[in-house]
Design a protein around this ligand. Structure first.
Ligand SMILES: [Fe+2]
Length: 364
């Protein structure tokens, strides 16, 4: 709700009842006018010819109406009164609360049974919403009692968005089998990482279905990268700032392509963490000045120590019929070493499609 407003020379000062206040520049407010003349309600697109707006436009009249629900403004260049809702203004306030407020940042012990959901239970509208909420809140879920076939991966992916095509194809299967190699053949531990640091648009979700498991070890490892960021920020702000500024390049060479991209380990938007990227396997060469180089290697050590500590690692051996799904912009994944046979199927989903599904479902 809006408590009061004040017309200033080039902006409107708005004081909300929750003690937040903000100055909204006239040109910005005018550009976001939503009436029949300025907004196409069928296509949800702007009709305003923004470039033609005068920089000298001003507010002729403004008042708070409907007990603080709306502000109405009469602009110097328009005959119509334009209404702006509290919700719209608060959502666009530079001082608003962060978007991440509904996330639960976790350490290993804070993960409950909530993250396990039965396949049949996520098919209903309510069940699917519960699943999506847990996936959004914790960053990962395990769907149990799935059919051990690649089609299951596709079905779940299509309930959220669609299967992403990449250099590895859309849906994929892989098998590790000791019979195929030396009898002492061991798959080494894969340290926690995020996928596709070499892509400008890293996959948003990864799905991994266990189709067969006759092995020892091979636990799936999940680490909350947002929690790690919070710990580093609270303990060493300088290191956090460094990790949110130095752009680290990733590179993939193979299958007839050379893919390269770079971004900081902690990518921020308006000071808010939106993506964690860390893949020591795929990091390629880059130079920064000597002092920063030393600090960067300290940062890698700190980060790697944290993501490999028991306190932060949730480990679980996926059984046949269990599908692990996780947010690749937040959760680092790894796999313990194993001996034996393990057959998996999986795919990626784009972040924008996951976000879209969350928004449609009213999660944020
Ligand atoms: Fe990976």
């Amino acid at each position: 709700m809006i408590e009061s407003i004040k017309i200033l020379p080039n902006s409107l000062y708005v004081k909300f009842k929750n003690k937040v206040d903000d100055n909204f520049p006239n040109i910005w407010l005018r550009d976001h006018a939503k009436d029949e003349e300025n907004w196409d309600y069928r296509s949800n697109q702007r009709k305003t010819y923004t470039a033609s707006l005068s920089s000298k436009l001003f507010i002729k009249e403004a008042s708070v109406i409907d007990n603080g629900k709306y502000i109405k403004i009469l602009w110097s260049d328009s005959k119509n009164i334009i209404k702006y809702s509290t919700e719209f203004l608060l959502n666009n306030s530079l001082k608003k609360n962060t978007k991440n407020q509904n996330l639960i940042l976790w350490k290993k012990n804070e993960i409950s049974k909530k993250i396990f959901l039965k396949y049949n239970n996520i098919l209903s509208k309510d069940g699917f919403k519960r699943f999506l909420k847990n996936l959004y809140t914790f960053g990962f879920c395990v769907i149990t009692d799935c059919k051990t076939e690649i089609e299951t991966v596709k079905k779940i992916a299509n309930k959220i968005g669609y299967v992403r095509q990449s250099i590895f194809g859309g849906l994929w299967e892989f098998e590790s089998n000791e019979d195929m190699a030396d009898s002492a053949y061991t798959q080494e531990e894969l340290r926690p990482h995020t996928d596709s640091t070499y892509s400008n648009d890293a996959p948003g979700l990864q799905l991994l279905l266990c189709c067969d498991y006759k092995a020892k070890g091979g636990e799936s490892i999940m680490v909350d990268g947002f929690k790690i960021a919070q710990v580093i920020k609270n303990n060493n702000k300088e290191l956090f700032d460094l990790m949110s500024k130095i752009e680290v390049p990733g590179k993939y060479i193979g299958d007839g392509v050379i893919l390269e991209a770079k971004r900081p380990i902690f990518k921020l938007d308006n000071n808010e963490l939106i993506q964690v990227s860390f893949n020591n396997y795929d990091r390629t060469e880059f130079r920064i000045d000597e002092a920063l180089t030393v600090k960067f290697y300290k940062a890698i050590k700190k980060f790697d120590d944290l993501v490999n500590s028991k306190e932060f690692q949730w480990r679980h051996i996926l059984k046949p019929g269990e599908l692990l799904i996780f947010n690749n912009w937040r959760i680092l994944h790894g796999r313990g070493s194993f001996i034996g046979k393990r057959k998996m199927a999986g795919c990626y989903i784009n972040m924008e499609d996951f976000r879209s599904r969350c928004k449609i479902s009213g999660l944020y």
